[in-house]
Write a protein that binds this ligand. Structure first.
Ligand SMILES: Cc1cc2nc3c(=O)[nH]c(=O)nc-3n(C[C@H](O)[C@H](O)[C@H](O)COP(=O)(O)OP(=O)(O)OC[C@H]3O[C@@H](n4cnc5c(N)ncnc54)[C@H](O)[C@@H]3O)c2cc1C
Length: 487
């Protein structure tokens, strides 16, 4: 079986490993000169030395989906990661600082002390997230929702019957308000998990209150050496299984004959394949690579997830109060999401700072730190990004400087930027969305594009823009589903 994979994002790489392990002859065509798509890295030089940055994802959850690839390939894992004792450090403008410990007892104690919500109540909140995940979450993430046999399994039927008890008819925010007894800080802490898939807690269904379980139940992990080690591990595995990579080779068309995909066209010519898997955003797969085929208009018109503005800063100072993951909350979360909904960024956005040099000291020169500073941003709809970036950079610096009581701007010795336009340019993600389509509507989970084409035989889809959605774990799951549906 000769299979072409379009794109070497983490979903494309994982599919390559799985199919090659089953004996397919796999060729991956990648537009960039490097593997990993959004999961890539780069360095910035400065007077004090070199800073390394993970360009995209910074949070690693569900590492077992990477382990499974080694198992599928029958190769001894050489990919090492550690569970983090401190999941995240939270800061509010009123000087409240909350350490989110991995240990449930310490976490409950800390939340109780900083928010006033009782320990048993805090534990009940995380327990309810776990039950949602175990009963329904995992079932809908790990299976194709577009094949009848999925719906006839006992587990799925049981999950469906339980769904009305899982807050699906109220918003995530209302669910959290009710779970916390209307506690504003703990509600904001929990609402933040909507941004894990680029959604809005004031619109998304309460089912999404399952997400805290990923980080606090299953765990927050760090690959030794940084996030790009995930790409290196899976790419290395693919090479070991004989996958052939063609970098700097954008695919220009998926060739179709008699209702079936039969190959691809690049600048170098056409090549025949038995199967084609697209890891390119499904929106552009249809619009650019299948110009003559009927498009699933409704699916492609779904609301996109949010994007991000990322400032990569080389900071010539170390901050002992900061950890690997740090969140500086906005004073008015509702206002922040209302602005995003309107395609804007509010003047007091929540700021996320990731510092890998805390765990990999070589990522920054001595006495310095590599700050990856992310602000939720709307997807690109033609905004003036130069103006928005300039305004937001000033607002972010003001906020961080006030909370850390230091003039952060004066510590930046080198910097770079990623915005929705660059995200689309570098990875062909429509409108620069980080996670494909949003999960703001009740039916989002069911409305994503399937992992296969219902119209064209031998055509499959993998990655963050299709089922089960965006983020590394889900992109890895989509590869597993593609492998299964291919049979
Ligand atoms: C700033 C940022 C922060 C994020 N934070 C997190 C996080 O903390 N945790 C997390 O789990 N996830 C996070 N994500 C989301 C995560 O990165 C993505 O969901 C995931 O990496 C998507 O993988 P993918 O397989 O869909 O492919 P992508 O990474 O989107 O890659 C697609 C690949 O296809 C290639 N391609 C496209 N068109 C063609 C063509 N015509 N021919 C050849 N090649 C083509 C592209 O060049 C690209 O390499 C973040 C994303 C970003 C951008």
């Amino acid at each position: 079986m000769k299979t072409a994979i379009i794109g070497a994002g983490i979903g494309g790489l994982a599919t390559a490993v799985r199919l090659a392990s089953r004996g397919h002859e796999v060729s991956v065509f990648e537009a960039n000169s490097y593997p990993g798509g959004k999961l890539s890295e780069f360095s910035l030089d400065a007077a004090g030395g070199s800073y390394r940055f993970d360009a995209g994802p910074s949070l690693f959850t569900m590492p077992h989906y990477v382990d499974e690839l080694f198992e599928a390939a029958g190769v001894e894992p050489n990919f090492v990661y550690d569970r983090q004792e401190i999941v995240c450090q939270y800061f509010w403008d009123d000087d409240t600082r909350l350490t989110a410990w991995a240990d449930p007892e310490r976490l409950a104690e800390e939340i109780c002390e900083k928010t006033g919500v009782s320990k048993p109540q805090v534990k009940r909140i995380f327990e309810s997230a776990k039950i949602k995940y175990q009963t329904a979450g995992s079932v809908f993430l790990e299976n194709s929702l577009h094949r009848p046999n999925t719906w006839f399994s006992l587990k799925v039927l049981k999950s469906l019957l339980m769904m009305p008890r899982f807050d699906i008819f109220r918003t995530m925010h209302d669910t959290h308000r009710s779970l916390t007894g209307h506690n504003p800080k703990l509600t904001q802490f929990l609402d933040r998990f909507a941004t894990y898939n680029g959604s809005n807690p004031y619109r998304a269904s309460g089912m999404l209150s399952v997400i805290p379980h990923f980080e606090h139940g299953i765990g927050c992990f760090y690959p030794q050496g940084g996030m790009f080690e995930i790409t290196k591990a899976v790419y290395g595995l693919a090479l070991k299984k004989g996958v052939k990579f063609h970098f700097n080779t954008p695919v220009e068309e998926i060739l179709v004959e008699k209702g079936a995909a039969r190959g691809i066209r690049t600048a170098e010519g056409t090549s025949d394949f038995d199967r084609v898997v697209s890891n390119m955003d499904v929106y552009f797969t249809y619009n650019r690579l299948l110009p003559n085929e009927k498009k699933p208009e409704k699916t492609l018109a779904q609301e996109r997830s949010t994007s991000g503005l990322i400032f990569y800063w080389g900071i010539k100072k170390q901050f002992p109060e900061l950890h690997l993951h740090n969140i500086f909350f906005s004073g008015d979360y509702k206002k922040e999401f209302d602005a995003l909904q309107k395609g804007e960024i509010c003047d007091d956005p929540t700021v996320y700072v990731n510092i890998t040099s805390k765990l990999t000291p070589g990522d920054a020169p001595d006495g310095s730190e590599n700050w990856f500073v992310l602000i939720n941003a709307p997807y690109n709809a033609g905004q003036n990004w130069t103006e928005l970036v300039e305004k937001t950079r000033a607002n972010v610096l003001r906020k961080l400087s006030a909370i850390l009581k230091t003039d952060v701007a004066s510590l930046i010795e080198t910097e770079d930027l990623l915005d929705p336009l660059l995200i689309e340019q570098r990875t062909a993600s429509f409108a620069g969305s980080l996670y494909g389509t949003s999960s703001n509507s009740l039916m989002s989970a069911f409305a994503r594009h399937p992992n296969f084409s219902a119209k064209l035989k031998n055509l499959y889809f993998v990655g963050g823009s299709v089922h089960p959605g965006g983020g590394i774990p889900l992109a890895l799951l989509s590869a597993k589903i593609v492998d299964e549906v291919m049979g």
